[in-house]
Design a binder for this molecule. Structure first.
Ligand SMILES: Cc1cc2nc3c(=O)[nH]c(=O)nc-3n(C[C@H](O)[C@H](O)[C@H](O)COP(=O)(O)O)c2cc1C
Length: 375
């Protein structure tokens, strides 16, 4: 493990939690039990959002295959689709795992991820038991786009701002002041609306984004969509490199709309460049899920080294200093046109002052332009 990941150089404190570095495993296969979470921490990740869990009697039946890739003609994977559900493990096993992980890795941040049906008692029981088992914070999964929305869970809740606010407030009531982040679905017209609802419900922050509803391809021989299960498929969640531009835009929209509100950026982080871009857009931690699935947990070494070099290059003393630094450079298209017109006018005025330019238009008018008192 690179020492830069834990020696304090990249440390960032978010909602009172000290992350040794801002790199967090996103909820999914790289956080699906204590063994893989331990491997992530051993590699140097600063935090982990555990695979989403529900109370044990919530039915979770996965199918195989459940992943699909989008490759370039050169064979590089740029997009990834999954139709995986939340964790199929009993919640009691998760409680044991949370205790074990926190005992072994006290300096790392462990965030539980929970999803339930629209039932206050169930959300509150799940949240209370996660905190009692040692979770430092909770992420509320309002965003899984496949499977669970068919029964009103996941993205079905995230697309309903009133529900986001109400369910968030239920969890905040039992959180005892510990941080609660709401995970946003990108499958919505304006992501600022559910982010505002989460804040109104008492959330300390949001994670953005979950996967984008998609179908990764169709087999032209069989006419069957992929991933194909018994000849059929269902729309699933798109992730990895290809989604980064959309995720960055959504993080930027939330950051601009709610200055100071915590954002954990996620979507397509494959390298330190990607991670730094999320920080510059206003995220204070950066998650990656498909990245470690395809590149291994060791990818965090390059994330750390790249971020440290970037901070040094720009004279930022801490990660905190870089957060949101690119936001002031976003404006409206109308303003871009104005800026361009102003630049053109300034250039024309500058040219008019040069002797070589004399006589190109109306000589008398050119001379008149240089008169200071025109009364
Ligand atoms: C196979 C797979 C399973 C996932 N399972 C979950 C999950 O259980 N809960 C959750 O909140 N997000 C889940 N996600 C979404 C990721 O946490 C993340 O939001 C999304 O994939 C975009 O980030 P990425 O491009 O870094 O993967 C899953 C993603 C993948 C690829």
């Amino acid at each position: 493990m690179s020492s830069i990941l834990t020696d304090g150089t990249l440390a960032v404190t978010v909602n009172g939690m000290r992350f040794p570095n801002p790199f967090v495993i996103g909820s999914g296969p790289p956080s699906t039990n204590a063994v893989v979470i331990g491997k992530a921490f051993a590699a140097g990740w600063g935090g982990v959002v555990a695979k989403t869990t529900a109370l044990t009697d919530t039915p979770v039946v996965n199918v195989q295959p459940r992943y699909g890739k989008l490759n370039t003609p050169a064979g590089e994977t740029i997009g990834f689709q999954n139709i995986e559900l939340i964790s199929d493990r009993p919640f009691e096993d998760w409680e044991a795992d949370f205790r074990k992980v926190k005992a072994e890795w006290p300096d790392r941040i462990l965030i539980g991820s929970i999803m339930e049906c629209y039932d206050k008692a169930r959300w509150q029981e799940l949240a209370s038991r996660c905190f009692a088992a040692g979770c430092d914070a909770l992420e509320l999964n309002f965003s899984c786009p496949h499977g669970h929305p068919e029964t009103g869970m996941g993205a079905a809740m995230g697309q309903n701002p009133a529900m986001v606010q109400e369910v968030t407030s239920w969890v905040v009531q039992v959180a005892g002041g510990k941080p609660v982040w709401a995970k946003m679905t990108p499958n919505i017209t304006d992501i600022r609306v559910p982010a505002r609802a989460a804040k109104a419900g008492g959330a300390h922050g949001v994670a953005a984004i979950n996967t984008i509803l998609s179908t990764v391809g169709i087999n032209l021989k069989t006419l069957r969509p992929t991933p194909t299960v018994e000849g059929h498929s269902t729309f699933g969640g798109y992730s990895y490199r290809a989604v980064k531009p959309i995720a960055l835009r959504m993080v930027g929209e939330i950051a601009t709309d709610q200055p100071g509100f915590t954002i954990s950026g996620i979507g397509g982080v494959c390298s330190s460049t990607d991670a730094i871009e999320f920080l510059l857009m206003g995220a204070s931690t950066v998650q990656s899920c498909t990245g470690p699935m395809l590149q291994g947990f060791e990818m965090v070494t390059e994330l750390g080294e790249g971020l440290a070099a970037f901070l040094k290059q720009h004279g930022f003393a801490t990660v905190q200093e870089a957060i949101g630094k690119s936001l002031p450079y976003f404006t409206t298209h109308h303003h871009l046109v104005e800026l361009q017109a102003a630049k053109k006018a300034a250039k024309a005025a500058e040219l008019a002052n040069r002797d070589t330019e004399w006589g190109k238009t109306n000589f008398v008018a050119e001379a008149g332009q240089l008169v200071s008192h025109k009364e």
